[in-house]
Design a protein around this ligand. Structure first.
Ligand code: 5RP
Length: 221
């Protein structure tokens, strides 16, 4: 059921895509529906290009026939479409269960419009059920961990089976459970922290599907 809702949310968001756009492609199982259906539309003649927020999404987009741009050459994109782990009614999100939050944050910030696609299980009254993932320079791992704990977080080093998980950039991730929503600026200010999964201001709209019904939330003001 969640899978069909993810696909319905993806299809609704894709109706925002216009010819000529540069589209930011998110990461994760909901973004995968976006990529697959965008590929179908491209093969049907829709002229768009895209940037990918992870190696996995890049491979998926290539296989789907979507022309990819190197984001290093771009200062902005027209529309970013991405999933989320949690989203509240104020369009504040926690992202990064898939480990791509650093590139996702860059592309979301570069996007003229950023939309989240999600099934209804991601909608929460208050953020905090999911930990906040923090990508850290390996050199600063213990130092950053201590500083995050000093901010009140219960910190877990993300593992990939028996070894520490590494992002596409080769960095470890500290999953941080905070007792209350932390100040993102305090996390970002720790030297060695490269990115985190709190997206409090980046999201303009969300397409959320619950039991087959798609709802659009739009940022007010
Ligand atoms: C990856 C992300 C994903 O968008 C988030 O984890 C949601 O994934 P899914 O659509 O598979 O539930 O932030 O870094």
């Amino acid at each position: 059921m969640h899978e069909r809702d993810k696909e319905l949310a993806a299809l609704a968001a894709l109706d925002e895509v216009r010819p000529g756009m540069v589209v930011g492609l998110g990461t994760g199982s909901t973004a995968a529906h976006v990529i697959r259906h965008l590929g179908e539309r491209v093969r049907g003649g829709l002229a768009v290009t895209a940037v990918a927020t992870s190696h996995a999404s890049e491979a998926m987009a290539r296989a789907a026939g979507i022309t990819l741009r190197d984001f290093a050459d771009l200062s902005d994109v027209d529309l970013a479409i991405d999933g989320a782990d949690e989203i509240d009614d104020g369009l504040r999100c926690i992202k990064g269960a898939g480990g791509a939050m650093l590139r996702e944050k860059i592309v979301a910030t570069a996007a003229r419009r950023m939309v989240v696609v999600a099934d209804g299980s991601k909608r929460v009254a208050a953020l905090g059920r999911a930990p906040v993932p923090v990508e850290v320079l390996p050199f600063a791992l213990a130092f950053a961990r201590a500083r995050l704990e000093a901010l009140g977080a219960r910190v877990t080093l993300r593992m990939a089976v028996a070894t520490p998980y590494r992002t596409d950039q080769g960095n470890p991730v500290l999953d941080c459970a905070f007792p209350a929503l932390p100040d993102p600026a305090a996390i970002a200010a720790i030297p060695g922290v490269l990115g985190h999964g709190l997206f409090l201001t980046e999201v303009d709209a969300a397409w959320i599907a619950t039991d087959g019904t798609v709802t659009r939330l739009e940022r007010q003001g």
